[in-house]
Every structure is written in C-alpha cells, then in structure tokens.
Design a protein around this ligand. Sequence first.
Ligand code: PLP
Length: 403
Amino acid sequence: MTSLASTSTYRANLLCEAVARLGSEAAFEVLARARALEAEGRSIVHLEIGEPDFDTPEHIKRAGMEAIEQNYTHYTPSAGVAELRDAIADFAARLRGMEPWKRENVVVGPGGKPIIWNTLSALLDPGDEMIVADPSYPAYASCASYLQADLVPVPLLESRDWQLDLDELSSKVSNRTKVVVLNSPQNPTGGVLGRDDLQVVADLAQKWGFIVVSDEIYCRNLYGDDFVSIAQLDGMRERTVVIDGFSKAYAMTGWRLGYGIMPEELARTVALFNNNTFSCVATFVQRAGVAALKGPDEPVREMSAIFRTRRDEIVSGINAIPGFSCKMPKGAFYAFVNIGSITHDDQRFASFLLEEGGVAALGGSCFGEAGRGYLRFSYANSIENIRLALDRIREAAPRYKTI
Ligand code: PLP
C-alpha cells in the first residue's frame, strides 16, 4: 500500500494554518481516557460528559422509527422541513412568552453546535470582536479564533452566582464589537442570567449595534425562576440569535438535532452554510423533532425534576468535602466547584481524580482562564453513582500532592 508520505503530491505542511486555531471539547478527550481505563478493568464514575443519561422519550423514538418506515429518508431543504420550522417558531415563542416567530426565522441543523458555527461564520470578519463569558462552552471561542475574530472574554462572577461582570462588559464594548455571546443557563457554571443583567446587555446592544447570540440550549433544565431570554426584551428580537436544540431537553444528543432562530437575512445565510456543509439534517430525525415539540411535555419535566434531586445531592455532598465549595447551580446539569484552596492546577487535579480516584470530571480551565482552580462535574448520572463519586472524591482528595 502506498503511504501518504511517499506519494509525490504529499507536502510537509499537509494541514492549513487555520487548523492550529481550532479548539476542542475536553469532555470528549477525558471520556476517551476514562474508557481506556475501563477497558483495563478500572471502575470509573462518569461526571465528565454533558449529556442526559435518560433514554429518549418513547413517543419521539416511535415517530423517528415510523418516519423511516414511511420513507422519510430523502434530502430536505437546508434550513429544515417546513413542519419542523413552523413547530419550532411556535413552540420556542410560547416557551418564552413571545409572539410567534416566522418559519423564515428558523434554521435547523444537526445539533446546536453546527448552528453556532454557521451563525458565527455568517457574522464575523477577521478583526471583528466577539465578547464571550469566561468560563464558557469552548465551541464559541474555537469558531471565533478559526475565523480570526478577536475574542474578548468577560468574567462570570462566582460572588454574583455566575452573573456577568457588567462593569467589565460595559468597558469592553466598542464599535468593533460585532457579537456578544450569552449562554443561560450556563455551561459550565450552572448560572442563570437574570432579567436586570440581560437588560443591561440589551441596552448596550442597542447603543452599539452588536448582535447577541443567546445559547439557550439548557432552558428546559431550570430549577428556580422562570426562564428569561434576552430576545423577550424590547427591541431585542431583531438583534438576537437564539440557539436551542433537542439534545439536553429531550435526551436526544445522538440524534443530532438543534436550531437557531434569527432575523431572516441571517437565517438565509446560515442555511447557505448548511447547504455548503451537511446539506440537511436526516429527514426522519426532523420528523422526530416535530413529535418532541407537539407531543406530551411531561417527560421533559420529569427529567428536569430528577436532575434537580441530583443537583441537591451533589452540591451538598461536595460542599461537605474539605477544600471544595460550590454555588447552587440554577440550571443546566453541571456543578462548578471551587478547589482554589487545594490547587489552581485544575487539569492536573482532574487527571489525578480520574487516575487515582476513579472519577471523571473536567478541569475548569478547559472553559477559559477564569475557570482555573475549578472542576466541572456533570450530574447527568444516577444518585447511586453520584454518591459513589462523592465517596471516592472524599477519599482521594487528601492524597493529592501539589508538587
Ligand atoms: N451549547 C452549549 C452551551 C452546550 O453545552 C452544548 C453541548 O454540550 C451545545 C450548545 C451543543 O449541543 P448539541 O450540538 O448537541 O445541540
């Protein structure tokens, strides 16, 4: 067999320079290491990956299977089938207490992540500034840096239950700011942005003319007050892109289905990126999405109630371990734990916990500089496994050596 290196077309610099600017999601790397340890016979409790451990609700699975049987197996328009786009436009508006969006505002993709990528690709020129919370979901920064936009981090404050540092935000906005990314409920902190803070961002958006990309994918994983979307605030519908999807609310991570809701001109461009990359989402998956939105909502509420019990368990357990402290998360399914009194080398501590303690978690600095000295635990796991993880952490932590 001819190896790539020996063909005449091989070049030393096979990959383009832009590749060096891509980030990646550490959760998938830690998961791979955890699986390798399991293959050696080790027992690992998985608190690294952000996906509901529940099965997809029955009526949704049935709709997907029936769609295959009925031959919904062909290409669709790149923005998605009309029935799903209409269902999203209606459902998403009702959830947020707003007038319905139009079909033309909705673009469907294989997960929220590609819609984030395609939206930022449609918005950012090299040298544009994008403001993003620190810590935050790494996909935003990876895409912006690939596009050669300048990333401007604004800290989330633990002291304010993970609200944005609004003074710093106000001081960093300028006429170079093209996009501000919000994520509420947040990955990795579990924080939820309040109406007053969102109003400050909305006022800045209207003064400076930037677009808000509001990632609301955890909006059904909420444990306290009603959800507030910045799109609800006066004048913001026209300058907000709402990112949402089916992965977290309906336990559909592997189906790959998400969407963005945005002004029509932008939606047409995001659909053009879809057209140029994946063409369209699997047709039977889109049919299952319609069933999710139009079918019974109880499974979503039941899953959310279970997450709440697990949250209470992990947060009280973690706070009882010397050196660990955690604010009560208000949404998503993550506990963001301060281990600063033990170490600031969170990645080394996470790898110690995995190798020596049998608990997989992520170092907070995987989500940005401000995450240094924190760990992210995903509590998308059973109460029994959460208790087992707490026992293991309690036992292993005192054995951690800082040098
Ligand atoms: N946004 C946030 C904040 C996330 O945490 C995730 C997944 O972890 C996504 C978007 C993307 O999810 P998906 O592509 O499965 O819809």
